[in-house]
Ligand binder design. Structure first.
Ligand SMILES: [Zn+2]
Ligand SMILES: [Zn+2]
Length: 454
């Protein structure tokens, strides 16, 4: 049982951890760990009830979430776990206001002064030690007087939503090897003020925004479609609160103009399933089918969701090995045929990867324009898919697409009995033909054996 001879009165805006530090100091402790165990300190830092009556009773009103209207995909609770302090608050009253531990606070409201989170001498992040209250570095090997060094004062950066965007942008820009976001429970990302600063530059400075896109395009090997290299841009654009940052527009136009990357290293591409389905142009169910065939790697055993981490690099590595021929055209130029036959893109990708469908590959803007295919091969594949799906019946329009004959000619062939109606035919359903008839018809057109005289 702890007994304190001195119990300071908490300031109205004080953080529980700030008060705990003052309490320790007032009672002659040198280290906060001599007074409380690690778990308790951690709970106080996170504004959770600590089960220590002398703290909890003073701060019961503070155990609520900060800035609950703002959501950032990096963390679930808007509570920074490392110190951010205002040197004026410290020198005037040794106060560490609760508001400063919001991840979206970078200025002291009272003094309009930038906060500090690192020591300018040793570059270490500050920790919750008693020397904070004297305005000194908490690194025991340094301990020098803290002073302002990273000055971020942006008069227009006032809303929490915008600060949240900057923090996210800064995090993504500083973690170029991560093609996914992992949400932590608390805002424990180190160097948040620096991230906000970097993110602000990226979202506001169009030159930096443009350079960033060039950097992105160089992070993946050149055999990847361009859209894969821009996953980080997608993640950023999908998760920001404010879509009107000048940098975002610049990034979009830079992406349109940019050329392919020149990097040659081998790479794994681990990203969230939600992003993977977007760049592959398929749905989540089909992603599961690709997993079943070992074309994407998913380590988690639990149900596949948009957040699940998947590695899609096997697909690109396999596609790169395909041989291409001169008759092949990008699938993107054959979109109308794919749409016409209603083939899910995942079926085409699967058939190619399994070696059932001949295709080539040349890295281009996105996957569908990087896969090349002979139009005749695609036609054969489409028709087989179609026949299997429709059970041997097709419409006159589809028969027209397959044979190149006009619907009038086809109708005449039906009237003359040379094309049958499907077995389930009922009066009024004149619109359908038997699939096999159309295949035969096409063959005879190729062999010039069809007489179209009636
Ligand atoms: Zn202050
Ligand atoms: Zn230091």
């Amino acid at each position: 049982m702890l007994n304190f001879s001195i119990m300071p009165i908490p300031y109205e805006d004080e953080s529980p951890i700030g008060y705990t530090l003052r309490l320790a100091k007032a009672n002659g402790f040198r280290y906060i760990h001599s007074m409380l165990d690690k778990t308790t300190i951690r709970r106080i830092v996170c504004n959770q009830a600590s089960e220590k009556k002398f703290i909890d009773s003073k701060f019961s009103m503070l155990y609520t979430e900060k800035d609950s209207h703002v959501r950032n995909p990096l963390f679930r609770n808007n509570q920074t776990t490392t110190p951010k302090i205002c040197l004026t608050c410290i020198s005037k009253s040794m106060n560490i206001p609760n508001e400063l531990q919001s991840p979206f606070t970078y200025l002291c409201n009272k003094h309009q002064q930038p906060l500090i989170e690192t020591c300018a001498h040793c570059n270490e992040n500050l920790t919750w030690e008693l020397t904070l209250l004297d305005g000194h570095c908490t690194n025991s090997r340094c301990g020098l007087k803290l002073h302002q060094h990273l000055s971020i004062v942006y008069p227009e950066l006032t809303t929490k939503e915008n600060v949240s965007d900057c923090l996210l942008a800064g995090y993504i820009a500083n973690n170029l090897k991560n093609y996914h976001l992992k949400q932590t429970k608390w805002a424990s990302q180190p160097g948040q003020l620096k991230l906000i600063n970097d993110g602000y530059q990226l979202l506001n400075n169009t030159v930096i925004a443009q350079q960033w896109i060039v950097t992105l395009l160089n992070t993946l090997p050149q055999n990847y479609p361009k859209s894969f290299s821009t996953i980080l841009f997608k993640i950023l654009a999908q998760n920001i609160n404010n879509p009107h940052w000048p940098g975002i527009d610049k990034m979009k136009s830079a992406l349109l103009k940019s050329s392919q990357s020149h990097s040659h290293h081998k790479s794994n591409l681990l990203t969230n399933a939600g992003i993977a389905v977007d760049i592959l142009g398929i749905d989540l169910f089909s992603l599961g089918k690709l997993r079943d065939e070992n074309f994407v790697t998913i380590t988690s055993k639990s149900r596949l969701t948009n957040q699940t981490l998947v590695d899609v690099s096997t697909i690109v590595n396999k596609l790169t090995q395909l041989e291409r021929s001169s008759q092949m055209l990008p699938l993107s130029e054959q979109r109308s045929k794919i749409a016409f036959y209603g083939i899910p893109p995942a079926n085409i990708i699967l058939a190619i990867l399994k070696g059932e469908l001949r295709a080539g590959y040349r890295a281009s803007t996105d996957l569908i324009s990087s896969i090349l295919m002979d139009p005749n091969d695609l036609k054969d594949f489409s028709e087989k898919y179609f026949a299997a799906k429709l059970g041997n019946k097709i419409t006159l329009e589809q028969a027209q697409e397959m044979t190149g004959l006009s619907t009038q000619v086809l109708e005449n062939l039906k009237v003359s009995g040379r094309l049958k109606s499907p077995s389930w035919f009922r009066p009024g359903c004149r619109h359908f033909c038997v699939f096999e008839d159309i295949i035969k018809l096409r063959k005879s057109i190729h062999q010039n054996q069809l007489s179209l005289n009636f």
